[in-house]
Design a protein around this ligand. Structure first.
Ligand code: AMP
Ligand code: GLY
Length: 421
């Protein structure tokens, strides 16, 4: 099979690394990819939402399947684009169609989905510019902290958690009346604040059957002790020590099964990954958000733990026979530590030479570019080092040892991944 992975981050390098190990994978491509995917796939200089460019590449390289990494092309309907084009209709697409991708594309849609299908989540209400006064009154009756969410995609910045009522009202007005997050905040969800510990749950479904992948926990804040600004993710660990069998069963019964059945009842076809952001509140799982893709850097700890041939698994998704797949998981703990550019997640420099990337280690590249034989930084999150160990302490320690040999000017990483477990 010829396969194209859409995207260019650490998640996509990990997917390419895994897919390229399959004897069934003939030619592997990444669009746009990075210097890491270039080691195991052919990079195509295409944007992830350039559907016509992707179509031309699929036809030119006789690609049989595309695997969509990020949310943007899914929310914009890349899967529908393939189904509707007779030249592309036979190409497999791993990633849901637009209707179901709205679970990530609209927080209000996701909340209504959960309400309709009795899936535990925070209580909420939604407001638009026409109901901003009601929104302010709603805040006045709520307890702090106040959780305000822009309805649409806002590059991970659309959620505000505020202690002060007046500030919350001001932010609500800015979101609804002054386009604080552009069109994404023309609708705002105000939510009950949930106190607990978060984890990431990944499900792969063919629309009828599903398999649950290993759970993971990611570290979103830039600073040690979970302080400072939110980032795309500074590290991750899998499995999650506080998820025991009974909690797993609650997640499956109360959340995963109603989600899969809900998609079927709503007649929204889904072939792909569902990333359920969960919070454990007094022993009970609640959904914080749905994403319609794998997480990054969670992929970098989850995928390496899977022993199965991933091409075989994806073919089962395409052919609606995921019930025949038995997932085999490496029991050891995997940990990943992300190295970022100095200044990230605010303004940062690019174009720094990276040294010390050893092929003997699991180093997944994110913001990197191959220029005249040198690997240069090209993004905020640069690369992540994944290691295995008998527990998360040992796995993280190994990643730090490997990272100590990697260098670029301004290299920054958290030294405390797993500190809270
Ligand atoms: P989201 O983009 O919905 O994942 O929200 C970003 C982050 O905000 C989450 O990972 C949580 O840490 C936090 N968050 C979102 N919703 C809530 C909530 N209802 N209660 C507490 N924290 C929340
Ligand atoms: N690590 C969180 C995400 O991928 O959204």
């Amino acid at each position: 099979m010829n396969i194209l992975v859409i995207g260019g981050g650490g998640r996509e390098h990990t997917l390419c690394w895994k897919l390229s190990q399959s004897p069934q994978c003939k030619h592997l491509f990444a669009a746009p990819g990075n210097a890491g995917t270039a080691t195991c796939a052919t990079n195509l200089a295409l944007g992830v939402t350039d559907f016509n460019g992707i179509k031309a590449a699929v036809l030119e390289h006789q690609i049989d399947m595309i695997v969509v990494g990020p949310e943007d092309p899914l929310v914009l309907g890349i899967h529908d684009f393939f189904i509707q084009d007779p030249l592309l209709a036979d190409v497999g697409v791993i990633g849901p169609q637009k209707a179901a991708a709205t679970l990530e594309g609209s927080k209000a849609f996701a909340k209504a989905f959960m309400k309709r299908h009795d899936i535990p989540t925070a209580a909420y209400a939604e407001f638009t510019s026409e109901t901003v006064g009601e929104g302010e009154a709603f805040l006045e009756q709520s307890q702090p902290p106040y959780v305000l969410k822009a309805d649409g995609l806002a590059a991970g910045k659309g959620v505000l958690i505020l202690e002060d009522l007046n500030e919350a009202k001001k932010e609500l007005r800015q979101m609804l009346l002054e386009n604080k997050f552009g069109k994404a905040s023309s609708k705002v969800v105000i939510e009950e604040f949930l106190k607990g510990i978060e984890l990431s749950c990944f499900v792969l479904t063919d629309g009828e059957n599903y398999i649950t992948l290993p759970m993971a926990k990611d570290y979103k804040r830039i600073g040690e002790g979970d302080t400072g600004l939110n980032t795309g993710g500074m590290g991750a660990i899998s499995p999650v020590p506080f998820v025991d069998d009974s909690f797993k069963e609650k997640i499956e019964k109360q959340i995963i099964i109603p989600t899969i059945e809900g998609l079927q009842k709503d007649k929204t076809p889904y072939k792909g990954f569902i990333f359920i952001g969960l919070i454990k509140v007094e022993g009970a799982p609640k959904v914080i958000e749905y994403n319609v893709r794998l997480g990054d850097p969670e992929t970098e700890v989850v995928i390496p733990r899977i022993k199965n041939d991933l091409v075989e698994v994806f073919k089962a998704v395409q052919d609606n026979r995921l019930d025949k797949v038995k997932l085999e998981v490496i029991p050891e703990t995997s940990a990943t530590v992300m190295a970022v550019s100095k200044g990230y997640p605010e303004a940062y420099e690019k174009g720094k030479v990276i040294t010390g990337i050893s092929e003997d280690e699991m180093i997944f590249q994110a913001g990197t570019q191959l220029i005249e034989g040198s690997i240069l930084t090209s993004g905020g999150r640069v690369l992540t080092v994944t290691s295995f160990g008998e527990n998360h302490h040992k796995a993280v320690q190994k990643s730090y040892e490997t990272l100590s040999k990697v260098n670029f000017e301004g290299i920054t990483y958290r030294k405390d991944i797993g500190f809270d477990l």
